[in-house]
Design a protein around this ligand. Structure first.
Ligand SMILES: [Zn+2]
Length: 495
């Protein structure tokens, strides 16, 4: 009997110590943007808090979009807080759904990000409501009735959890966890996150911008980290070292000589503002005709430009006054009726419209009318994800399907990679080289498999660092805390 009790006690102690060990673990898990570029959601499970870095929607091919409807690998109410790197939909678009599912914590972000996220979520909800309505009207959904992922009301319900924070200031989240934002270029207000957790530093890169943006400052660098969770969108590519201004001017002038139009699909937030700045400069320098109409046909881009103007002095290298002057020189259209007028007008013009990957939005109206005519140019300036019309066009497809109809591709389709909002392979490597000493491990997220594999090999051979490509929903143990007893004392939300 005595022996049985002793054995039971030993087993119990062993069970407790195993549990303690597990409780003291810090685990990383990607719920999205693992071997793909959308759906960014990276979970950090710590003894004190469960933190979600970004909360984005899956976009692109159907199999990815369907994932937005699947349950998450964790209950929404088990997540204590969200830290948001930036306002692109693939980083913030899932927030209304998470709140609907029971998330009630703080959502930390910078001021411009908060303004842009509100705009983007309301637009996303509106598009989803319209899609569901159209599907019900034309009976093309297998769900009866078809429902939106979330509504405008759901989007509005999440704003009260927003908690704006300045860059470079440490924010305490619990006894042993704090973080700070650092600007990383890419788009207005976009940041990387430096999170210190039980004395170990984990960097979440967010989307890293290019050092030579026309309106944003170069990404701020970090010099010390234990672990890096890093994007790898262009992990296999080098942006050409050509002058983007000359390239843009040549392309525009060549199209005007053919009496064609230039259609530039663009993210409403980020690229659109950079582009109007550059086009305006080309006009001032006499490199493109001063009277060439530049139409920004996107209510979203117009609103985003206003937000850029508001935060210009603090968050960009272009002053408010300069931004205002540029905005005054372009035609900003909000009204869909005018779109038809612009299309009918045969004079050469530049049209900037969203969405940037031609997956939806007003740009499709122009594409329908412009893509079949070899006088026109379709100019891509941003990353085109797998399965999008943008990628198909860059891959020389002979026809595109828009709203159920096929259109022959005769227009010139081209790309200026230099204008990308994402760092290329060499710039990503430079970003890592700033860490002194080098980090223990790098975890790659936000990239398609080819780009990630190529970047993994490059980092391992050039920098001799261990690199792992994150798999969706797989736990990765970062470290186990030395602390014997960990008391979960999160800093409570004030809401
Ligand atoms: Zn982004």
């Amino acid at each position: 009997m005595f022996i049985v009790i002793v054995v039971m006690k030993i087993l119990y102690q062993f069970y407790i110590s195993l549990n303690m060990l597990e409780m003291n673990q810090v685990i990383l898990q990607s719920l999205g943007a693992a071997e793909t570029v959308t759906g960014s959601k990276h979970l950090l499970k710590t003894p004190e808090l469960t933190i979600l870095i970004d909360c984005g929607l899956f976009q692109g091919i159907k199999s990815l979009r369907e994932q937005n409807w699947f349950p998450l690998n964790i209950s929404a109410n088990e997540i204590d807080l969200i830290i948001l790197t930036h306002a692109h939909l693939d980083h913030c678009g899932y927030i209304p759904l998470l709140v609907k599912k029971g998330f009630k914590g703080k959502i930390y972000m910078t001021k411009p990000t908060a303004a842009l996220v509100q705009l983007i979520l309301l637009d996303s909800a509106k598009l989803q409501e319209e899609d569901a309505e159209r599907a019900n009207k034309h009976h093309y959904s297998k769900h009866h009735p078809a429902k939106p992922l979330y509504t405008i009301e759901d989007a509005e319900a999440c704003f009260k959890y927003f908690y704006v924070q300045d860059c470079d200031i440490f924010i305490r989240l619990s006894d042993h966890i704090h973080f700070r934002f650092k600007l990383c270029g890419h788009i207005l207000g976009a940041c990387s996150v430096e999170l210190t957790c039980f004395e170990k530093v984990i960097i979440f890169s967010g989307d890293i911008g290019r050092p030579q943006s026309a309106i944003l400052n170069p990404p701020d660098y970090f010099t010390s980290a234990d672990y890096i969770v890093m994007e790898s969108t262009y992990g296999d590519r080098l942006h050409p070292d050509t002058d983007p201004y000359d390239e843009l001017a040549d392309l525009i002038n060549e199209t005007i000589r053919r009496r064609g139009n230039i259609l530039i699909p663009s993210f409403a937030v980020g690229r659109a503002q950079e582009l109007i700045y550059m086009l305006n400069l080309l006009k001032q320098q006499g490199k493109i005709p001063l009277n060439l109409p530049i139409i920004m046909d996107s209510p979203m881009a117009a609103a985003a430009t206003k937000i850029s103007l508001q935060y210009a002095d603090e968050y960009t290298k272009v002053s408010q006054r300069e931004f205002q002057e540029i905005s005054d020189h372009i035609i900003i259209n909000q009204d869909y009726n005018n779109t038809i007028g612009f299309i009918k007008d045969k004079k050469s013009k530049i049209v900037i419209a969203a969405s940037g990957m031609l997956t939806g939005g007003r740009v499709l109206e122009y594409l329908k009318h412009y893509v079949g005519d070899n006088k026109n140019t379709i100019l891509m300036i941003g990353f085109q994800a797998e399965g999008t019309r943008g990628r198909a066009l860059l891959n020389n497809t002979h026809e595109v399907k828009i709203h159920g109809q096929y259109y022959a591709v005769n227009a010139k389709v081209t790309e200026i990679q230099y204008l990308s909002a994402h760092a290329d392979q060499a710039e990503l490597l430079d970003w890592i080289k700033k860490f002194e000493p080098a980090p223990k491990s790098i975890f790659l997220v936000h990239g398609e498999p080819c780009a990630q594999e190529s970047f993994r090999v490059k980092v391992q051979t050039a920098l001799h660092l261990p690199v792992k490509i994150m798999k969706q929903n797989q736990d990765v143990l970062l470290f186990t805390c030395d602390y014997e007893i960990v008391s979960p004392t999160p800093v409570k939300s004030n809401h």
